[in-house]
Design a protein around this ligand. Structure first.
Ligand SMILES: Nc1ncnc2c1ncn2[C@@H]1O[C@H](COP(=O)(O)OP(=O)(O)OP(=O)(O)O)[C@@H](O)[C@H]1O
Length: 380
């Protein structure tokens, strides 16, 4: 999320926080100064597996939990929702202790991976189910549901049953159902996993917008580094039940500390403004892409797409050429990853032989080329 988006959201949070607390009955940060947001230490024992993860977030933060299969992401999410009993630790939300609060009494909204929409209920009644469970009358719940469907651009599908909805629409209905309870903590389990690649791109953009508008804490679980980088302000990487790294997507992408993360974030990612096939990177140079877009975009390419040269290449057909300096070199398996600074900070992967031939060392000046066809631009 950009700085401007965060600032707008922070202002909105200040303006709406009181209303949200009143709606949920959860005490806000009172004169005693109980910290707003999430303060959790999740300890869960499951046979030989132990989850031991500390997680804190301020209202407005979107945190992504990432990790390989079996790392404990779902267990963490279920512990936050109250669906898996903890063995120890603590869970506080806006200063209120929730350790012993039943799941349905927590100011928590959950969007499950397969959405779990009721097949026999319309989109409207699926969304109304959320507020109904939190004590709203049938009429109130339906009015709130209609409002949320409108906000999600789904008003015309209010009467449709889930089987008549596309994957992206079903995802938004599930999100509306979770948000309709005014949760102080929104949990999303692999929110885009059930969608095909094409729908995913569009839904990712919409979800990013909805999360940017959400004033409380959002925690999402995902395997997909793009989802994490696009949707979250902060990544918490879990391996084998423990946090192995956390930070902004940019920090983690630049300085992976485990092979899993290096593989996970195998991308150079930039935000900028597209004008046709050219993306003007914020505070950086232009990148030529094959996509034809206009307005704010992300552009990404893997470090393996970067070719390095000691001298400025003359005959290269690559559309993107930048002068860089080697800031660091790291070995990853049989590859060398070069961390480059300059007009465009980037990571480049090359073989050990190529690194030796180029006489790469920290401080060396190099030219990097990337073919337009190896970049990927998409709306921000
Ligand atoms: N119901 C259960 N009973 C016992 N152990 C379980 C149960 N569910 C999960 N586990 C174990 O807990 C550990 C963490 O599983 P969890 O599903 O939280 O991981 P995950 O990171 O979400 O993985 P995935 O990405 O595959 O969904 C795994 O070792 C798993 O075998």
């Amino acid at each position: 999320m950009t700085h401007t988006e965060k600032t707008q959201k922070a202002e909105k949070t200040q303006n709406t926080e009181k209303g949200a607390y009143e709606a949920t009955g959860v005490p806000g940060p009172g004169p005693s100064g109980a910290p707003a947001g999430l303060d959790a230490h999740l300890v869960v024992d499951r046979g030989s597996f132990r989850l031991d993860v500390a997680l804190t977030a301020a209202p407005g933060d979107v945190v992504a939990l990432l990790g390989p299969n079996g790392a404990g992401k779902t267990t963490a999410l279920r512990a936050l929702a109250g669906l898996t009993p903890p063995t120890g630790g603590h869970l506080r939300l806006d200063g209120a202790v929730l350790d012993r609060t039943a799941p349905e009494s927590r100011p928590v909204g959950v969007v499950f991976q397969d959405y779990l929409l009721f097949p026999h209920l319309t989109a409207l009644d699926n969304v109304a189910f959320g507020p109904r469970c939190h004590g709203a009358t049938k009429a109130e719940a339906r009015a709130q549901a209609a409002e949320w469907l409108e906000r999600m651009g789904l008003a015309e599908h209010a009467g449709a049953k889930p089987r008549r909805l596309s994957g992206g629409q079903a995802q938004r209905v599930a999100l509306a159902r979770a948000l309709a309870t005014n949760p102080r903590l929104l949990l999303l389990d692999e929110p885009l996993a059930a969608l095909d690649a094409r729908t995913r791109l569009e839904v990712r953009t919409q979800l990013r917008r909805h999360l940017a508008e959400f004033e409380a804490v959002a925690v999402l679980v995902t395997h997909d580094p793009l989802d994490a980088m696009v949707l979250a302000d902060r990544l918490v990487v879990i391996e084998d039940g423990r946090v192995v790294q956390e930070g902004t997507p940019a920090d983690i992408a630049r300085h992976p500390r485990t092979d899993y993360i290096a593989h996970l974030v195998g991308l150079n990612l930039y935000k900028g403004r597209a004008e046709g096939h050219t993306v003007h990177v914020d505070d950086g140079p232009a990148i030529t892409t094959t996509e034809d877009l206009t307005g704010p975009v992300f552009v990404a390419f893997p470090p393996s797409a970067v070719t390095l040269h000691r001298d400025r290449p003359t005959g290269s057909s690559a559309r993107n050429l930048w002068q860089c300096e080697v800031a660091g070199l790291e070995t990853h398996g049989d590859q060398i990853r070069a961390d480059l600074t300059g007009e465009l900070p980037l990571a480049a992967d090359l073989t050990t032989v190529a690194a030796a031939e180029l006489d790469l060392h920290p401080g060396a000046t190099v030219w990097a080329t990337v073919k337009a066809a190896q970049t990927h631009a998409y709306p921000a």
